[in-house]
Design a protein. Structure first.
Lengths: 348, 348
DNA sequence: TTGAAAGCGCTAACAA
DNA sequence: TTGTTAGCGCTTTCAA
């Protein structure tokens, strides 16, 4: 079961040197003065025996495991978690770290989530990445912060941890600008009803962009509903059936846009001929499958995962100062992904 | 940085006993005869100091880390990975294990994937879960199997590893049966063009079910295309425009079903009034967002993850025999998820 | 009923 | 230039 029976000692005897020497050459210890021939011998022996370090023993000795605990909420719900995980994994591996994963329930009580954090802490992870599945303010478990911690897609009310979140506002601006650039002057927004940062920020981005373009944001139709296809259908129907319907529609997310597609179809409105639509989230499975393909704004999940891992490792490897080195929130751009749902309005 | 400074020794002095005794009582060592009062003292001290075991030290000593390496292909592509991860995490945690995650690229060469496996092996994982993102036959990295290994959603050509895969055939039967039960007698199938197990098995299930119902499977319309919405649209359009179109349509996956919805809409066919549709995969984001909701067949990703973790742990904890204890492939049911896309045919 | 001592595989002072 | 020695925190003979 124990896989690699051969250890540093075996290499030592094979090379005819001491374990210390083997350790020195294999770790490229700077202060060790070892003759080139000895180095060669050791490396050859190690290679030949197929030596692989036992990271557990190293960890015990060095008091660093090289493992990052990824505590992620609701891993299974969306593909978002996958992107965060992938970004974090890529970044971590590039720097010699590995991820240890624990799923935690967003809806669980503080005690349960504290237990989840404890599970990785026992494993002596060097640091923790705490990820949520949508941008929100997090009620952090009490034991978070016992090791350096970075928040992904979340902030805490007290702002004690460094964190990385999407630029919801900027993303909304990009979406509306795409509509504006295509020539639309009457643009509507269908928003989510939940009280989360993205709801208010996307609305703010929507309004500010219209205002900046010299339009009266107060006149722009805005309807809110649940952030799924049914909600999108309903909100879009309300807007499109109004007296003076918009020619461009910005949707809170791709699911709602999917509902808007249906509402448009029922009203005999073709996309993008009669109605241009922009979504948010870039859920490949949805945005890429709709017809016509949905122009949308991508959430930088991969980038947030990578940023968080890198930032955490920087903190770990930087001066072992207070661990709170560089708290504050970093905001990552949400780029527009152009597909085929935006065109010039029929009657500009 | 090192989080829990207090170790077994601290508890020992606090309780006025030896480290040995502390270890004994905290681990409930059966053969240790320790007085109830001593036990009480030790537990109180541990509790009071907030002692948490250092799993790394335990691992070094016990030669078991209690960590399972999850090597997963293309974690980010679909929500499937999330389900597998969740299932594996739940099962592993219930039995005191933790997951270590490594992403690997399905398209990468054997050498690169071997490196990915090596990364977790160095961490002394007790066993490995190797997961692919769709059911296929896997070209296993050479070092897989150095520790007990279970395959998730994949099999190897040589069948050397225990593995768990979805019952594609049974799922297809359930889908077709749903159509049959609703009264349809003319049923079509739009299939994937790729040569993967699901393509042939779902087709086989489709035909066998028709035959078993006394219909002539040879006459049933079958069209194949790429397994996305565009392919589904195209294949469905071909079938629906044919001389004698079916009243029920089974689709290789939900994406293709989404394309079929569009084809039906263009032909003025309402779902489920004029056409009943069944998908496969149960991609919540798609199946639940379509209108009407898509009746589909769920892939048991959560179950496969859980089964694999449990099976692996069984092997780990069972007699430390050959590790190949119980190779062979386990097949998990694909249940029908009923939404609203199936109804009785208009002209039975 | 309890404790002393050895050692898991590795690294790092310190000696030689 | 290299080797000896002492642990990292824990478990487990073995002895008391």
């Amino acid at each position: 079961m124990a896989r690699s029976n051969i250890g540093i000692k075996d290499v030592a005897v094979a090379a005819g040197v001491s374990a210390t020497t083997v350790s020195h050459v294999l770790n490229d210890v700077t202060y060790a003065r070892i003759s080139p021939e000895t180095r060669k011998k050791v490396k050859a022996a190690a290679e030949q025996l197929g030596y692989e370090p036992n990271r557990v023993a190293q960890a015990l000795r060095n008091r660093r495991t090289g493992v990052l605990g990824l505590v992620s909420e609701d891993v299974a719900t969306t593909p978002h978690a996958g992107r965060i995980i992938l970004g974090a994994d890529d970044a971590a591996r590039a720097r010699g770290y590995t991820l240890m994963l624990i799923n935690t329930a967003a809806t669980a009580g503080a005690a349960s989530r504290e237990g989840d954090v404890e599970a990785v802490l026992e494993r002596q992870v060097d640091g923790i990445l705490y990820a949520t599945m949508y941008h929100r303010v997090l009620d952090a478990p009490a034991n978070l912060g016992k090791v350096p911690t970075v928040l992904v897609d979340a902030v805490t009310a007290d702002g004690l941890f460094p964190s990385v979140v999407p630029d919801e506002y900027g993303g909304a601006r990009a979406a509306v600008r795409a509509l504006l650039d295509a020539g639309h002057t009457r643009i509507g927004f269908i928003n989510n009803v939940q009280d989360v940062p993205s709801t208010s920020e996307r609305l703010r981005g929507f309004r500010d962009t219209l205002t900046a373009a010299g339009l009266d944001a107060g006149l722009a139709p805005v309807e809110a509903s649940s952030s799924d296809a049914a909600g999108g259908y309903e909100a879009a129907a309300r807007i499109l059936r109004s007296g003076h319907p918009p020619s461009g529609l910005f949707c809170y997310n791709d699911q709602m846009a999917m509902g808007a597609y249906r509402a448009a179809a029922e009203l005999g409105l073709s996309i993008p001929g009669d109605l241009s639509v922009v979504g948010f989230d870039d859920q490949e499975l949805v945005a890429g499958s709709l017809f016509p393909g949905l122009t949308t704004v991508a959430l930088p999940h991969y980038g947030m995962g990578a940023w968080a891992a890198n930032h955490l490792i920087d903190a770990l490897e930087g001066a072992g100062d207070g661990s709170s080195a560089g708290a504050g929130t970093t905001v990552l751009e949400c780029p527009l992904v152009t597909r085929a749902s935006v065109a010039a309005p029929r009657n500009p």
